[in-house]
Design a protein around this ligand. Structure first.
Ligand code: ADP
Ligand code: MG
Length: 234
């Protein structure tokens, strides 16, 4: 589904991504772990076609990220650090706006359904500017999936969420997985990674330092490997 070969990204004479080789199959839920500055967000931005790679090849469902970037972009649902929402719009207005950008059919119904799914129906007509970080993140999750993407790119999605919102987010990821959606999720939350992901990738200095399968029982394996690779504990 996603094939990444010898991917590099240079900015200001600094090599941020130093040769990433990665192959991801459809329906996989992959957590990307690693210290601050490792290049995790940069990797997601390259995939979301927000920034161009310096060299290397990315193929998504056989399409070339460079040549077919308009088609490829539609396949991705990207949740960055910042919510991308319009402050003075309500959740419904935001979702209808972004849904229209993607040409979503019956957009208002879809938006109402998503507001309900993320547990904010009570606030559907209030401007987003009054919302807490967790509430904004809930709408941002809905925004990222309004066009039913084939791949979700989530950048630290659990940050600032309360327990209810974490459950909603995890359920979104798992129900999208059931529909065949692939997820790449940058996170520092090992517990959530072990709960919803089936594979862990550790990124260090712009390279993949480890790549292994996990299940919900292997939380200790994740922290052990991370400590050895990133924190130098042996
Ligand atoms: N546009 C840019 N220009 C120069 N340096 C950048 C740019 N974007 C990111 N960087 C640098 O690249 C490194 C990796 O950044 P990032 O991908 O955001 O790391 P992570 O998400 O793993 O914390 C950091 O050292 C950051 O300062
Ligand atoms: Mg980051």
């Amino acid at each position: 589904m996603i094939e990444i070969k010898k991917l590099t990204k240079q900015a200001d004479n600094k090599l941020i991504l130093r040769g990433i080789d990665l192959s991801i199959t459809q329906g996989e839920t992959v957590a990307i772990l690693g210290p601050n500055g490792a290049g995790k967000s940069t990797l997601l931005k390259v995939l979301a076609t927000l920034i161009k790679p310096t060299s290397g090849l990315v193929k998504v469902n056989g399409l070339d990220l460079k040549k077919d970037h308009i088609e490829v972009k539609k396949m991705f649902g990207y949740l960055p650090h910042s919510s991308l929402l319009y402050d003075h719009y309500t959740p419904l207005e935001n979702l209808v706006f972004f849904g229209n950008l993607y040409g979503v059919k019956d957009v208002e119904n879809r938006a109402r359904k998503l507001v309900n799914e993320v547990g904010l129906s009570f606030f559907i007509n209030e401007p987003v500017k009054n919302f807490s970080r967790g509430m904004i993140q809930r709408i941002a999750i809905a925004r990222a999936i309004i066009h039913e993407p084939k791949i979700m790119l989530l950048d630290e999605p659990h940050t600032g969420l309360d327990q209810g919102a974490i459950t909603i987010l995890n359920n979104v990821v798992l129900s999208m997985k059931e529909k065949g959606c692939t997820t790449l999720m940058v996170t520092h939350d090992f517990k959530q990674a072990a709960a919803i992901c089936d594979r862990i990738i550790i990124v260090k200095y712009g390279k993949i330092a480890d790549d292994f399968k996990i299940n919900s029982q292997s939380l200790s394996l994740v922290s052990e490997k991370y400590q050895v690779l990133v924190e130098g504990v042996s």
